[in-house]
Design a protein around this ligand. Structure first.
Ligand code: DGL
Length: 269
């Protein structure tokens, strides 16, 4: 099955931050990306709904020939991994465990902040992952539900004073916690990195899922003997469940690629 594609999905544009690193690490692989623009954001939805959407995305990608799937979404990784593993036996990469490990290794004082969607924070997945490495680590979690709509609204909002005012309001929670590391526990958040870094302060190290997930994908493909043979540049197919016209400029801005092949698909209500 070394000829299959790597499937990557997210509720929208956030997973493109992960895809960008996968394209760098695995240039010879054929890749298929799905962003569920029609139903984004997932972060305020119930576990049952997130599971349903995740299984529909898995079906779409495996029907299109995925040999492995990257869940480029913390919300799905936090809420739907059991459902996905119960239905699919192909290699699946989630973003929580590797990102938590990276943050833990980089934190000196073991006081770690986590920001994410409501569904990610309420699942407690990061806290569980961090505490499983060291029960004495202090974890401070804050959901930032307005960040995803701001990121999805387009590049002019990514480094904007309104976005910064929203960040200031959320990050008041971290005052006096002494965190030295902040996990960007949503793949949309690296798009707001400048605002997040300015607001939280230079003394706090930001950790996101993009590069570590790409490296984990490469490792898993290697271990499963699924890396594509040969050195022919891989093809990239991109699908959205909403407007191609709206999706196109953001894909190009994030990936730095202009002539993208973007198609519309329909997964359900
Ligand atoms: N990018 C996603 C995540 O990492 C999903 C955000 C959302 O749809 O609310 O959680």
């Amino acid at each position: 099955m070394t000829e299959g594609k790597i499937g990557v999905f997210d509720s929208g544009i956030g997973g493109l931050t992960v895809l960008k690193e996968i394209l760098r690490c695995l240039p010879y692989e054929d890749i298929i990306y799905f962003g569920d623009g029609k139903r984004t954001p997932y972060g305020g939805k119930s576990k049952e709904t997130i599971e349903l959407f995740a299984l529909q995305s898995m079906k779409f990608l495996t029907d299109k020939g995925a040999k492995a799937v990257v869940i480029a979404c913390n919300t799905v990784s936090s809420n739907a991994m059991d459902a996905i593993r119960a239905h699919y036996s192909l290699p699946v990469v989630e973003v929580i465990s590797t990102t938590a490990k990276l943050a833990f290794s980089q934190s000196k004082n073991k006081k770690i902040g986590v920001i994410g969607t409501k569904a990610t924070i309420e699942s407690g997945s990061y806290e569980k992952a961090l505490k499983s490495m060291d029960a004495s680590v202090s974890v401070y979690q804050k959901s930032c539900p307005l960040f995803v709509p701001l990121a999805e609204e387009g590049a002019e909002w990514w480094d904007d004073e309104i976005t910064e005012a929203v960040a200031r309001r959320y990050f008041g929670y971290f005052d006096n916690t002494g965190i030295d590391t902040l996990i960007l526990g949503c793949t949309h958040y690296p798009l707001l990195k400048k605002v997040i870094a300015r607001t939280i302060g230079e003394h706090v190290n930001l950790v996101d899922s993009a590069l570590i997930t790409a490296k984990q994908t490469e490792k898993l493909l290697e271990e499963s003997n699924l890396l594509k043979e040969g050195k022919k540049k891989g093809a990239l197919e991109v699908y959205t469940s909403d407007s191609i016209l709206r999706f196109m400029p953001m894909c190009s801005a994030i990936l730095g690629i202009n002539n993208l092949n973007i198609q519309k698909c329909y997964l359900g209500e």
